[in-house]
Unconditional design. Structure first.
Length: 550
């Protein structure tokens, strides 16, 4: 009955359609709320559901990230009860216990709380992600730090399962740091020693944010624990080390690449997080528009040639390469990759790890690979002249070669290859296409708002031949942790090497002539691709200018 009421409210508020409701009811998994199913299917957001439930239950929404808790209530309500019922206690006042719930329709929790605490419960609503984060902040990190004799100052989520014998407070602390980062969709974890404290920072959507401050005294214990997990030498503290951890966190397969660096204050650690269960390794999940997607699919359909993906570190080049490989991966082809390191282990693909210690370089590995009868070769990065020359030769002998290269845009990739002493006629005959890309933060669906552009913005739009009367801006709400943005999407510049472009490359034409030809055949610049997403309300002009302004 409750499910029907929620569905009716969402329908009446035009949050979902009747077809979406029917689909959600069919796809609903065991122990999953209807709202969770709708969010999982991307039919609506947690915020929209809570707003609808507020009308139904009269339970008001609250922002947990700015709430000042009465921490004495945490000893009154067990952690397991909070997790199971998606609630968190807030404070007690006279005979009333205030709490936040992600499921305002779960009326039985009121009676359970009255029995457990002896207080009369009064509810507010909050999103499940907010509640889960707050549960870990107060029940997880706080409890672990108290066991270490350390005062807590912020963060949170579930720990990595370990054997009971190993669950010391330090093991739990490191696991909670990792689990919290995965829960918040961080791409990197930074453990930074300062003069008087230790900072734990997460890079979320490309931006570093401090989530916790710890005493400097526990740095060596944290470093030792991480070194043990990643197979490093715990006795060596004078030189940088690299390691790797593959594990499961929150039911997601995670690959962690660990790097230590000795500094004057102690060893700094950076952990790169790769979510192996992510569904972004598909071409249709990259953020390409229909025209760009068609161009990329056309380029990878050729039996031979070189396709290069360019951009700075952290611009999503590897994700694009693996999306192309997944598209091409079937039993009828032999795919071999050379990577440093192998980032995403893929079934059906022969992946080779570069090892400088035994002279297993990109160039040396490529020479051997060409004797392995490959159809498709993926090179992690073209770093030097020798690797570039072998890649060109491989494409000319009937292989499809995919790789990355560090250049600022698609046209400069051609001049970069020329700087590597690759003859112009070889570039023109081997290069199939170049994808230059950047990542921009996406506006939060819950709180972005429409606004009129400023005079400067209008001038910029006119300069770039864009007709835009309204734009969307970031605001900040509980769903995006008051950042105004949630997630990232790519902006792309796709250069297809046509016959006209090959002729210009062979004639050593200038960058100006190459750009003119590229635009005449329909190539959008990074700025134009970014402004297209601004016009669609996906991102903001500030985000585009941060990564694409020339």
């Amino acid at each position: 009955m409750a499910l029907q009421k929620i569905g009716e409210v969402l329908l009446n508020e035009k949050v979902i359609t009747a077809v979406q409701l029917e689909t959600a009811l069919k796809c609903r998994q065991k122990d999953e709320l209807l709202g969770e199913t709708l969010v999982r299917l991307k039919h609506t957001t947690e915020g929209q559901i809570l707003k609808a439930l507020e009308k139904l239950t009269k339970i008001k929404r609250i922002s947990l990230s700015k709430y000042i808790y009465d921490e004495t209530v945490f000893s009154m309500v067990p952690e397991e009860f909070c997790r199971r019922n998606r609630i968190i206690p807030l404070k007690k006042e006279n005979e009333i216990l205030y709490f936040a719930t992600a499921d305002p329709m779960n009326f039985s929790v009121f009676e359970d709380l009255r029995i457990i605490t002896g207080y009369r419960p009064r509810a507010f609503s909050a999103t499940y992600s907010e509640i889960e984060r707050e549960i870990e902040k107060f029940y997880g990190f706080t409890r672990t730090l108290e066991a270490l004799g350390v005062e807590s100052k912020v963060a949170g989520n579930e720990i990595i399962p370990e054997s009971k014998q190993e669950e010391t407070p330090m093991v739990q602390l490191v696991n909670q740091i990792l689990g919290s980062a995965v829960f918040q969709h961080a791409s990197d974890i930074h453990i930074d020693p300062l003069d008087d404290k230790l900072l734990i920072r997460y890079r979320v959507d490309g931006v570093l944010d401090t989530v916790k401050e710890l005493p400097l005294s526990i740095l060596n214990q944290i470093v030792s624990r991480i070194k043990v997990m990643s197979g490093m030498d715990i006795t060596e503290t004078r030189i940088p080390q690299d390691g790797r951890i593959q594990t499961t966190i929150n039911n997601r397969n995670i690959d962690l690449r660990i790097s230590t660096l000795p500094t004057v204050r102690g060893e700094k650690i950076v952990m790169r997080i790769l979510d192996l269960s992510s569904n972004q390794n598909r071409i249709d999940a990259l953020g390409l528009n229909n025209q760009e997607e068609a161009k990329l699919r056309k380029m990878i359909s050729y039996p031979n040639g070189i396709i290069l993906v360019s951009g700075p570190t952290g611009s999503g080049k590897t994700t694009t390469l693996y999306a192309c490989l997944n598209e091409l991966n079937h039993p009828g082809v032999n795919i071999i990759t050379v990577e440093d390191p192998v980032e995403i282990r893929t079934e059906g693909v022969n992946q080779v790890q570069v090892n400088q210690k035994v002279d297993m370089t990109f160039a040396n590995a490529l020479r051997s690979i060409l004797r392995q009868d490959p159809n498709i070769i993926m090179i992690g990065e073209i770093r030097d002249v020798e690797t570039a020359q072998i890649a060109v030769r491989a494409s000319l002998t009937g292989h499809l070669v995919l790789s990355t290269i560090h250049t600022n845009d698609a046209i400069k990739t051609i001049t970069r290859l020329q700087d590597m002493n690759i003859e112009a006629f070889l570039i023109s005959s081997s290069l199939t296409g170049v994808v230059s890309q950047r990542l921009v933060r996406k506006l939060c669906d819950e709180c972005n708002y429409e606004d009129d552009p400023t005079e400067k913005e209008k001038e910029f739009f006119v300069k770039n031949n864009v007709d835009m009367k309204h734009i969307h801006r970031a605001k900040g709400c509980p769903s995006c942790n008051y950042k105004g943005y949630n997630g990232r999407v790519g902006i792309f510049e796709i250069l297809e090497i046509t016959d006209s472009m090959r002729k210009l490359i062979s004639e050593h034409s200038s960058i100006f002539d190459l750009e003119k030809q590229a635009k005449s055949q329909g190539m959008k610049s990074l700025i134009e691709s970014g402004l297209e997403k601004v016009s669609q309300g996906i991102t903001t002009i500030e985000e585009v200018l941060k990564v694409a302004y020339d």
